[in-house]
Design a protein around this ligand. Structure first.
Ligand SMILES: NC(=O)N[C@@H](CC(=O)O)C(=O)O
Ligand SMILES: [Zn+2]
Ligand SMILES: [Zn+2]
Length: 343
């Protein structure tokens, strides 16, 4: 069996920086035409100038003969100015701004402490048509980690959408039924990305039979009823939902630790994982819209014109991939994947 689709794009990707680029960029570049590159470097990408420099370093790691366009983003802080938004939009290479609540996830210390502080900047974004990408979790220590997405929507996103109804907004890596309902209940300028791992796994994968750090990410995997809501949305054909892997490489030692980092590495087989999830839901006919059309349409970019082909031919994922002088343990390490990308 074979499946040919318009080349997908990844609307949420972490590539990191420095020598690891040479190891991780080729994985995404062989599948995706474009990717929205997350700005949570250390220090974060907070200016157009930094984003353009980072873009050059990514391009230098794209293998010869491969066409891959990094779509850069800025990291929203309490201090990002409306002027910088206009510069970013005019650069032609910055496509969105990322909101991390301070302390919510990996490298988010510089994040926003109060969305109210950023309103003039968000207004400039609405004017420029630059989307706000949201890591939607509260950081309030009183809120249970499994409830942090739902509470963020109620406390912050719903008021924000009421305050700035014209702002384009993407709720990233949705993990709950409440996240899906928020996107469905909002206007056409509000969309959501879904990761392959949240479509394939519930929290048992992380916690049954031992604690499995390579399934730990933020927002954390949720219970099965939430996963089912994500699958229903992804396979619904709604243009509001599209592919964003959130592939987030961490060195093996940083994850296999008493305090392991959040993030799953899925870029080595992203489209194959999504194909598996859609096949399980009997909805392979909906994969192309989700992976290759809806995101480009939302961002107002042309769809890719070339195609990829997946063949139903199982292969075994390596136990690890190199990550500069360390290793990254990919999702499904040592296990089988049903679909293979034909090169
Ligand atoms: N998803 C994760 O668990 N981690 C991401 C950050 C993020 O997307 O929140 C990372 O940068 O490692
Ligand atoms: Zn995030
Ligand atoms: Zn992410």
């Amino acid at each position: 069996m074979q499946l040919t689709l318009t080349r997908p794009d990844d609307w949420h990707l972490h590539l990191r920086d420095g020598p690891v680029l040479a190891d991780v960029v080729p994985h995404s570049a062989r599948q995706c035409g474009r990717a929205i590159i997350m700005p949570n470097l250390k220090p974060p990408v907070v200016s157009t100038h930094q984003a353009l420099d980072y873009r050059e370093r990514i391009l230098a790691a794209v293998p010869a003969g491969v066409d891959f366009t990094p779509l850069m983003t800025l990291y929203l802080t309490d201090n990002l100015s409306p002027e910088e938004i206009r510069t970013a939009a005019a650069s032609g290479h910055v496509y969105a701004v990322k909101l991390y609540p301070a302390g919510a996830t990996t490298h988010s210390d510089a994040g926003v402490t109060d969305i109210q502080h950023t309103l003039p900047t968000l207004e400039a974004m609405a004017e420029a048509g630059l989307p706000l990408l949201v890591h939607g979790e509260v950081t309030d220590p009183d809120i249970d980690i499994f409830d942090r997405e739902a509470v963020f929507i109620e406390r912050h996103l719903e008021p924000l959408v009421r305050r700035l109804p014209e702002l384009k907004l993407v709720l990233e890596h949705i993990t709950t039924r409440q996240g899906i309902e928020f996107v469905q209940g909002s206007g056409p300028n509000v969309a959501g990305t879904l990761t392959a791992h949240h479509l394939l796994y519930n929290r048992n994968a992380m916690l049954v039979g031992g604690i499995r750090p390579h399934y730990y990410c933020l927002p954390v995997l949720k219970r099965e009823s939430h996963r089912e809501a994500l699958i229903t949305a992804a396979t619904s054909g709604s243009p509001k939902f599209f592919l964003g892997t959130d592939s987030a490489p961490h060195p093996q030692h940083a994850k296999e630790s008493a305090c392991g980092c959040a993030g799953l590495y899925t870029a080595h087989a992203a489209i194959e994982f999504y194909a598996e999830a859609f096949e399980q839901a009997n909805a392979l006919d909906k994969l192309e819209g989700f992976a290759s059309h809806h995101g480009a349409d939302f961002y107002g970019l042309p769809r890719n014109t070339d195609t990829i082909t997946l063949v139903r031919e199982p292969w075994t994922v390596p136990e690890s991939y190199p990550l500069a002088d360390a290793k990254v343990i990919p999702l499904r390490a040592g296990g089988e994947i049903a679909w293979r990308l034909q090169l």
